[in-house]
Write a protein that binds this ligand. Sequence first.
Ligand code: SF4
Ligand code: SF4
Length: 220
Amino acid sequence: MIFSDPRIHALDQLYAVYDRLTDAREVACKKFCAVCCTCNVTLTSLEAHRIIAALDDNAKQTIREKLKNQLERPRFIPKLTINQLADICVKGEDPPDEDMDPAWGACPLLDDNACTIYDDRPFGCRCMTSVQKCSDTGAADIDEFTLTINHVFLQTIEHIDINGYFGNLSDMLAEVWTGINAGSNPLHLIRNAPLSALLVPPEHREKIQPILTAIRAIRM
Ligand code: SF4
Ligand code: SF4
């Protein structure tokens, strides 16, 4: 049973630490606010397993049908994981150009402006914590320190799923359903990388210490 997997337990605790940070702030992001819910959302295979394990049979069937259509359409297909990106930044190299357009359409898990897996949404969605509604301002307004926190959590989640993959939500759910560990390289997914350097700029290093302490207290 996947919920007995210690990595899922660690993931749940990471979500809980992050959600407490969000609850302590005034943020505009709520269920039914869905401008940011595009088909470009990414996640790790661990998060995908967790999402699928929480679905009932009807939800599974509905999402499978939606994925069939989505996989025929353009969507963001990342070239790097967040930890690979961090390693490139540490070396002072330029990351590759990536294609992403919000106009490619809505997330297949969105239904009538509501996320159908809201309580189990991946960290890439959970970390959208804008102080203003995108519908008012045209874009999310997330301060630099929160972006640093987000990177640290994304890097940590990738690290605890070190034998897994990173990719677009649609590709990932489709691959997890068909057996991601079957031996061949899954189409459009990237192997996760270990966390070797946190993406924390010098001006945030002291302020982020209590959060790093809370993360380190989680058994992974
Ligand atoms: S990021 Fe913008 S669209 Fe997404 S939930 Fe927050 S305010 Fe709403
Ligand atoms: S998983 Fe849910 S919160 Fe995330 S983009 Fe899709 S509909 Fe939005």
